[in-house]
Write a protein that binds this ligand. Structure first.
Ligand SMILES: [Zn+2]
Length: 324
């Protein structure tokens, strides 16, 4: 029997590769799940339909659904629920996500940027519980983030705030997929670390990383770098150190701008743990213009795993329907 205390919320996590849905009780208990590969043929309408059918797969047999809440990559217009663009999902551009799903189910539908929702999830259920001013940064294929100020997600004028990955640190640096140069994401994301390692390996300068990718340069990723670094390879350690240094500078900038109590860092690249956190903390300390900024600021690992976006979507719905 599904006890959902007056009604369940269906949380949906649209990712570049996986689409997941869960029937959640308001307290965060997940009662049913469904998961599929995200359609990647560039047809946004097919993905919209897939979101609806995946949500239907977790529908309760009896009991009420209060709302559907969706985590999506890309910039979300807070007023309209339109996703402006998401480089991870082909064709996912100017998509009226909220209105389409709302029309399909005739229920309240909430939509949020995936990194913003992960920030809310870490704040409500994870490493940032009880912390009023917290910044979440996810370092994986790309770099995203979310800012909690006074316990509330900072959305900004249109809802686009928190795009930490596109803070420019090196205007003449490598091209970012957003079109700018030298964004944090182009310098220190998993994709960037993988590309840097491929470059070194193709000129014979990263044998241990190449071995971690079974000798195939094209298969070198941030994960190969992480594996070689964990085994003590100095080239891999150098790449993590460089990425960590860059992330630390971005964090110093954010400390100056927002003075948070805590940074919560998640995403696949943070699996390298202290090998990445150490240079991040060192750079944040080095670039803080006054030691007081760093002294009281914690930089910690995210506590939630794969369910972070589902829990974030749930938290968004909870606050929108007045449950918290
Ligand atoms: Zn960018």
């Amino acid at each position: 029997m599904e006890d959902m205390g007056g009604g369940g919320i269906i949380a949906v996590d649209l990712g570049g590769t996986r689409l997941r849905a869960a029937l959640c009780a308001p307290d965060g208990t997940i009662h049913r799940r469904a998961e599929e590969e995200t359609r990647d043929d560039g047809d946004a309408e097919a993905v919209l339909e897939q979101i609806c059918t995946t949500a239907e797969r977790v529908w309760p047999e009896n009991g009420q659904v209060l709302a559907i809440s969706i985590s999506t990559p890309g910039s979300v217009d807070a007023a309209t629920g339109v996703v402006l663009s998401a480089p991870n999902v082909p064709g996912w551009e100017d998509v009226p996500l909220r209105s389409v799903v709302q029309a399909h189910f005739d229920l309240p539908v909430f939509v949020g940027n995936d990194a913003n929702l992960a920030a809310i999830a870490e704040h409500r259920f994870g490493a940032g519980r009880g912390v009023a001013d917290m910044i979440y940064v996810t370092i994986s294929t790309g770099i995203g983030g979310g800012i909690l100020a006074g316990g509330q997600l900072l959305l900004g004028h249109r809802g686009f705030a928190g795009e930490i990955g596109h803070v420019v640190l090196q205007p003449d640096g490598p091209l970012c997929r957003c079109g700018n140069r030298g964004c944090l994401e182009a310098l220190a994301s998993g994709t960037a670390i993988g590309l840097q390692a491929q470059k070194l390996a193709s000129s014979g300068r990263a044998p241990a990383i190449l071995a971690a990718a079974n000798g195939d340069v094209a298969r070198i990723s941030a994960e190969s770098v992480g594996m070689a670094a964990a085994a003590g390879d100095s080239v891999a350690l150098g790449l993590l150190e460089k990425a960590g240094h860059t992330i630390g500078i971005a964090i110093a900038n954010l400390m100056h701008l927002l003075n948070p109590q805590m940074f919560v860092l998640g995403g696949g690249v943070t699996q390298s743990g202290e090998l990445l956190f150490k240079p991040i903390r060192a750079a944040a300390r080095r670039w803080a213009h006054n030691p007081a900024y760093f002294a009281d600021t914690e930089i910690v690992a995210a506590a939630l795993g794969n369910d972070v976006s589902l829990l974030g979507a749930l938290a968004l719905a909870r606050s929108e329907v007045g449950m918290e």
